[in-house]
Write a protein that binds this ligand. Structure first.
Ligand code: GDD
Length: 318
């Protein structure tokens, strides 16, 4: 039996990964960490099939005890402060949660002398300021982070590199571009717009949708494709390496909004909300995932329209 530990199992990517592992892998036991305030609704359907462990990743003692007890063979480190705007309000908290949280995990693995494979959730936000001649973005592109969140992910990324080089930890760095699908937190743009449309359809809100910067371009992959990529990264990746996980297609946020609006019969007015604008926004993210494809054979399978339809239906059903 292989023990698979997912930090942040109650979250968006974590819950999808747990489901994927349970449905697609044999001879594995799935463990997950949660905090007292974690909401369990994402993992309701699989509660009886997983082992949950309360752990505060910011606390080295808590992490060390958890690792000693579980002794995982594989770790997917998905717990994080993952919302970019929160990082401007709480930059220190974002750095501590993301970088110190991961550091505590690495230190615990070293302390208990575990030979385990560790995937870390790095981000396309690390590329930040990208110039037109740099797309589609490859892994060697300079990192020019534009938010405290992005800086926190650069730190996680380089800690992964450094702990691999210094101590031989088997770290797999996945730089994932935007991903979405059912259960996406409602602050993130796709889910936020889909939820607003569903609320209008239900008659709960007047027919106005509030938006921020519609000019930004993003490369979206379905979360169900992304979690399959995480598994392949630890199975077939090279330890210490970094891999882009992307779809290779980019849409403006405006194009994405109109895709969603076309899926609804409601007549909806679009209104800009200045509170949704950011101090600095990443203009374009468009990923080149060739390196990961060559190494693992992975490619995205779920079309973006399907992802958006599933997301909208998710909010309609709630
Ligand atoms: N959240 C939000 N809400 N974003 C909006 C809105 C709105 O009402 N209107 C426009 N946007 C724009 C943002 O300015 C940004 O350019 C884009 O939509 C996407 O915003 P988010 O969905 O919040 O995601 P993100 O791109 O900032 O970050 C996501 O992707 C990263 C990978 O590139 C997150 O999932 C990160 O955790 C992840 O690392």
């Amino acid at each position: 039996m292989r023990k698979v530990l997912i930090t942040g199992i109650t979250g968006f990517a974590g819950s999808h990964l747990a489901e994927w592992v349970l449905s697609n892998q044999k001879d594995v036991e799935v463990y997950g960490t949660y905090r007292v305030r974690s909401r369990m609704e994402n993992i309701q359907d699989i509660l009886s099939e997983i082992h949950l462990y309360e752990c505060e990743l910011k606390d080295p003692h808590s992490v060390s005890e958890m690792i000693k007890k579980i002794k995982p063979d594989v770790i997917f480190h998905l717990a994080a402060q993952s919302f970019v705007p929160t990082s401007w309000n709480s930059p220190g908290e974002t750095l501590i949660a993301n970088q110190v949280g991961q550091l505590n995990l690495f230190e615990a693995v070293l302390k208990h002398d575990l030979d385990c494979r560790i995937q870390i959730a790095c981000s396309s936000e690390e590329y930040g300021q990208v110039y037109p001649d740099e797309v589609p973005i490859k892994e060697e592109n300079p990192l020019r982070p534009l938010s405290p969140y992005a800086v926190s992910k650069v730190g996680q990324d380089y800690l992964g590199y450094q702990y691999h080089k210094s101590y031989g930890l088997k770290v797999f760095r996945t730089r994932t571009f935007n991903h979405t699908g059912p259960r996406r937190g409602e602050s993130f743009v796709t889910s936020n717009f889909a939820k607003q449309i569903a609320e209008i359809e239900k008659g709960n809100n007047p027919p106005v949708i509030y938006v921020g910067n519609l000019k930004a371009k993003r490369d979206f992959t379905d979360v169900r494709d992304v979690v399959r990529a995480y598994w392949l990264a630890v199975e077939k990746g090279v330890p210490g390496e970094v891999y882009n996980i992307a779809s290779g297609v980019t849409y403006t946020i405006e194009e994405m909004l109109h895709k969603l609006l076309r899926m609804s019969k409601a007549e909806i007015e679009i209104r800009q909300d200045p509170g949704r604008m950011r101090p600095s926004d990443v203009d374009i993210l468009l990923g080149n995932y060739e390196k990961f494809h060559k190494q693992t054979g992975w490619k995205p399978e779920i079309p973006f329209d399907q992802t958006l339809q599933d997301l909208l239906d998710y909010w309609r059903a709630r």
